[in-house]
Each structure stands twice: as C-alpha cells, then as structure tokens.
Design a binder for this molecule. Structure first.
Ligand SMILES: *[C@@H]1O[C@H](CO)[C@@H](O)[C@H](O)[C@H]1NC(C)=O
Ligand SMILES: *[C@@H]1O[C@H](CO)[C@@H](O)[C@H](O)[C@H]1NC(C)=O
Length: 443
C-alpha cells in the first residue's frame, strides 16, 4: 500500500514537471512539443501568454502564430492559433511570418500583434500588424508595410508608457527604434538608430532606470555571441556592445528572442535554431543575472522560476566525470583545460564506449545533462543505455571549434539506487568528446 502510494505520487510529479530544461524537447500539457519559436510574451491578469512561430511543418513558410497559456511560465497549455494564413495576402502560406510580439492597447482595449512580415525570399522586409479583443485572438490581419519607408526584418516591441518597435533595417545594417502611434497600428517617428551595427533578434529591458538592448549579430540560423548595449533613455545614445555570455559558447548555442524582467534579474528566452529540421529547434531559457551589475546569462541545466516572487532556483545534481568511468574499445582519454578536471573521453562511437557504474537514481524519470565538446560544424549524436536497456540517441549540436563544452539534456528512468549508464555503444559515427554527466533528481 505504502509502495503504490509512493508510485502514484511520483507519476503525478512527472506529469506536472515544473522545471525549465534548456535544450530539451519542451512539451505542453497535452504532451506535444511546444511550437512557439521566435516567441514573445504577454501577461494578462496573472496568466502568461507565449506567442511564437509554429514550425511543425519543418519549413520557414507561414503555418500559424501559436498561443500558449501558463500561470507559472513553466507549464504551458496550447490555446487556439492566434494568427493563421490568409490566402491572397502578404500572410499567405507562401509568406514569412516571424517573431510575433503582442502588446495591449489600453485606449482601444485591444491586443495588437506585430511581426516580421516577408516574402519567401525575405525581399519584402516589412512589419505586419494584427489585432484582437482577446489575448489568443484569433487576430485580424491589418496589413504589412515598411516602417517609414525603410526595410525591417528581425523585430521586437518595447512598451514604456509609449510603445516602440525595435528592428533590423537597411539590409540588416542599421538597427532602429521607432515610436508607434496611439493605436499601435503604425510607426510614427524614428527615435534611435545604431548605424552599421548588424543586429538581429532584439529585446529591450529597463532595469534600475537603464535601458538594456539585447540582440544577436547576423549569422543566419547559426548562433553568435549575443550582445547588450545600454542607454539612459530609449532615444539616448547606446553604449558599445558587450557579451551576455562567454563568447566561445555563442550564447550557449542560442539567439535572443525575448527578455522578461524577473525581480532584480531577468529571464532570457532564446531559440536554438535547427534550419534543416526547424520544428526541432529548441528553446534556451536562462536566468539573466544582474548580480554583477551587468546582464550575464547563468547556465542552468535544470531550473525553475517564481515569477510572482521574481526569483529563480537552479537545481543541483550529482556529477560523474567521464575520465573516472570505464573506457571500452577505442575510447581515449583527452586532456584540455576546457574540460572539467582537465579531462574528457574521446573517440566514442565506432566501437568506443564509456561505462559509468554506480550512478544513483530515484526510480523515476529524471534529467541527466551530458557535457560534451563537438568541434565539427554540424550535429553529432551520442547513444545512452541504462542498465543494458535500449539505447536512447541524444543530439549534440556543434559546440564551436576547439574544445568548447556545452551540455544537452536527456530524460532517463533510472532504477532507485545504483545504475550502469553506457555511452557511445552501438553507434557507427563518432560522438562528441564526453566531459561529464550531471544527474538531477528533478523530472
Ligand atoms: C503587401 O506587400 C506589398 C509589397 O510587397 C505592399 O505593396 C502591399 O501594400 C502589401 N499589402 C498589404 C495588404 O499589406
Ligand atoms: C578503432 O578505430 C579503428 C580506426 O581508427 C577501427 O578500424 C577499429 O575498428 C576501431 N576499433 C574498435 C574496437 O572499434
């Protein structure tokens, strides 16, 4: 009786997992992978809405702007689509609709969505506007235009009493900020330009009276070191750029999409784009800490947020170093200062494997983070088998040249007590160098 009660409790805990796991396939309350890329967020009466691009068709063309709701920013329910293609218009299924952002217009009691509206070859370079009377709409498309007659591609919105659109203009060379009209239907006045800055994926945070612009540079779908700039007003002169994360990690393989104030810190929401499998692009959400006085991403394998309290908690796990595990076949010890304790195991796959014994488990599904280095220019994969069971294959995005270490999560069900985890067996391609694993009790 006691045993089955405990089992039921653990199952319940799995179903209601309230954690953020950057890089995981994040599922909604129906168990489907969340499709809300290039997303934006809006709070209405303590409910959060996440708007984004549905890329489940693995194509750049417009399928839908999805809408998800949540009370805690971690558990998301898919609502009706907020914006759907309209045949014969600039938002048909032949067009591009990216980076949807929604703000509320008090004057008209109306929700207003702005997005990057484009032709399939990105030649139109417009902003699109749609409106609705409820957060998830469906929204009515009002039209697409070039703001003040200039090109606009990646964009975001910022509201500070007045609303502004932030956008990459002039063939992505000049970054502009323009003020919207009172209805939020159009652009009235350009208030700022950062010339020759080549910025994309912008967000603005106001923190302690300072305006922080956060943006990536332009490298297509591939990640680059995202930057921040500061100014004392939205129309003021922005500082020169500085990194928000160690530049070698290329923003932990992500691109900014939205920045949400979180108490004395902020939440960074980014996309890990996968251009040849767009629907499998992942979300990289991380704490953006201001503890040092400047915004810095804090890597967290597993974490949770309390949006009401304005706090976050990073889970602690148990670390197992690869060099302390048993190597088999061609698996080779690698030394580099980039690795934890200076060592990792290379030549996994193609007959090389590494076996971790005595890995402590809870008996339920739990997150395991795999720290690796993949110096290729494309993804590698790594197999994981628990106690000799069927192997699970984990994607390992290219982590940059040299020995840059990133981590990717996998959810495994370990036995309560001791387990044997085997990595790299049964695969005929090479996996990344394995630095260490961290086993979390959270599911
Ligand atoms: C559609 O885009 C074209 C330019 O590509 C523009 O001239 C036209 O006004 C747009 N139509 C609507 C309804 O937004
Ligand atoms: C070790 O690698 C060599 C190629 O470098 C390969 O021919 C051999 O089969 C590998 N050994 C094992 C046990 O996989």
């Amino acid at each position: 009786m006691l045993f089955s009660l405990a089992g039921a409790f653990l199952l319940g805990a799995v179903a209601q997992a309230a954690v953020i796991v950057p890089g995981a396939a994040w599922t909604d309350t129906d168990g489907n992978v969340i499709q809300a890329h290039g997303g934006g967020f809006l709070e209405v009466d303590s409910t959060w809405y996440w708007f984004g691009e549905d890329k489940s068709h693995n194509s750049g063309s417009f399928k839908a702007v999805s809408c998800y709701s949540s009370s805690d920013l971690m558990t998301w329910t898919r609502e009706q689509d907020a914006l759907s293609p309209v045949a014969g218009t600039n938002i048909s299924t032949d067009n591009i609709v990216e980076r949807p952002k929604v703000i509320y217009n008090e004057k008209n009691s109306e929700y207003v969505m702005w997005f990057h509206s484009d032709s399939s070859n990105y030649g139109a370079a417009q902003q699109g506007v749609a409106t609705a009377s409820t957060p998830c709409g469906p929204y009515d498309y009002r039209g697409s235009f070039q703001p003040l007659g200039a090109e606009s591609r990646d964009m975001g919105l910022f509201v500070d009493g007045t609303a502004y659109v932030l956008y990459a203009s002039d063939n992505n060379q000049n970054f502009k900020i323009s003020r919207l009209d009172e209805d939020f239907y159009t652009v009235e006045e350009q208030v700022n330009v950062i010339s020759a800055s080549t910025l994309e994926s912008p967000g603005v945070l106001k923190h302690d009276g300072t305006y922080y612009l956060i943006a990536s540079h332009t490298s297509g779908w591939a990640p680059n070191p995202n930057k921040f700039f500061t100014a004392s007003s939205i129309s003021g002169t922005f500082s020169s750029e500085a990194d928000i994360a160690p530049s070698s990690t290329r923003t932990y393989y992500s691109q900014n999409t939205y920045n949400l104030p979180l108490g004395s810190d902020a939440l960074y929401a980014g996309d890990r784009w996968r251009p040849n499998l767009l629907g499998s692009s992942r979300y990289i959400w991380l704490p953006l800490s201001f503890a040092s006085g400047r915004p810095e991403l804090v890597w967290a394998d597993v974490w949770s947020v309390d949006i009401g309290a304005g706090t976050y908690t990073i889970a602690e796990g148990t670390t197992y170093e690869a060099e302390s595990a048993t190597r088999s076949g061609n698996a080779t010890l690698e030394s580099n200062s980039a690795f934890s304790e200076g060592q990792a195991v290379g030549y996994l796959g193609n007959g090389g494997s590494v076996i971790f014994e005595d890995v402590e488990g809870t008996g339920a599904a739990q997150w395991v983070s795999i720290y690796y280095a993949n110096g290729d220019s494309d993804y590698r994969t790594l197999t994981v088998s628990v106690n000799g069971g069927d192997a699970v294959t984990v994607d390992q995005p290219d982590s940059g040249g040299g020995h840059v270490v990133l981590s990717v999560p996998v959810q495994l069900t370990l036995n309560a007590g001791s387990n044997t985890l085997t990595f790299g067996s049964g695969q005929d391609s090479y996996a990344g160098d394995l630095d260490k694993i961290i086993v979390y009790t959270a599911s």
